[in-house]
Ligand binder design. Structure first.
Ligand SMILES: [Zn+2]
Length: 180
C-alpha cells in the first residue's frame, strides 16, 4: 500500500505556504481530516497499525483525531478505547474509563509533529502500563523525544521555517493559516 499516494489522492497533502499554530512556516501541510472524514480511506491505516502496533488492552488517543483512530483500532482489535481530552495546556481522561493497574495501553494519534499531544496523553494516563505509541503519519523532522517507542504507518518529514528564514516569504508567496 502506497500511503503517500493515498494521502495525495484524498487531497490531504497540501502544497503552498502555511502558517502553523506554532508560528513556524512550511511549504507542505497534511490535512488529516481528508482521511479522518472517510472511514474507507482510514481503514488501510488502521489495518497497518494493527500489524505493527503491540497488542494492548486499551487504545488511548488524544482528541480529536487520535480518539477517532483509537475507536477504529479498538474496534478491529476487539479492545477498549479511551480519549485524552484537552484541559488547558494539559490533557485528561475525563469519562470514568476503568483502566486497571495491570492493563496494557497503546497510544495512537493522527499526525506526529512535535509530539506535544502524545506527551500530554502519556501524562494523562494514571494507571496501566503504556507499551508504546503509533501514529498515522510522522511528519516530524527532528526527534520529538517521547519517553515511549513510537511507530508510524508513514514517515513524511516536513521542514518548518521560522518567518525570518522562510524561503517562501522571500518569494512573497501568500501565507495560509493552518492548524498543526
Ligand atoms: Zn514563510
Amino acid at each position: 500500500m502506497d500511503y503517500k499516494l493515498l494521502l495525495e489522492e484524498a487531497g490531504a497533502l497540501l502544497k503552498g505556504h502555511f502558517l502553523l499554530t506554532s508560528g513556524l512556516h512550511s511549504d507542505k501541510y497534511i490535512e488529516k481530516m481528508r482521511i479522518l472524514e472517510n472511514p474507507r480511506l482510514l481503514k488501510p491505516f488502521i489495518d497497518r497499525m494493527r500489524e505493527i502496533g503491540p497488542d494492548a488492552d486499551w487504545i488511548v488517543g488524544p482528541t480529536l483525531g487520535g480518539s477517532i483512530i483509537a475507536f477504529e483500532l479498538a474496534r478491529v482489535m476487539g479492545k477498549k478505547c479511551a480519549y485524552a481530552e484537552r484541559m488547558g495546556e494539559a490533557r485528561k481522561l475525563k469519562r470514568g474509563f476503568d483502566i486497571k493497574n495491570e492493563d496494557t495501553i497503546l497510544i495512537v494519534d493522527d499526525v506526529l509533529t512535535t509530539g506535544g499531544s502524545i506527551k500530554q496523553t502519556i501524562k494523562a494516563i494514571q494507571k496501566g502500563r503504556i507499551l508504546g505509541g503509533i501514529v498515522m503519519i510522522d511528519r516530524s523532522n527532528k526527534d520529538p523525544e517521547i519517553d515511549i517507542p513510537i511507530h508510524s504507518v508513514l514517515k513524511y518529514p516536513i521542514r518548518n521555517y521560522t518567518p525570518e528564514d522562510c524561503p517562501l516569504c522571500r518569494k512573497k508567496i501568500p501565507l495560509t493559516r493552518r492548524g498543526g
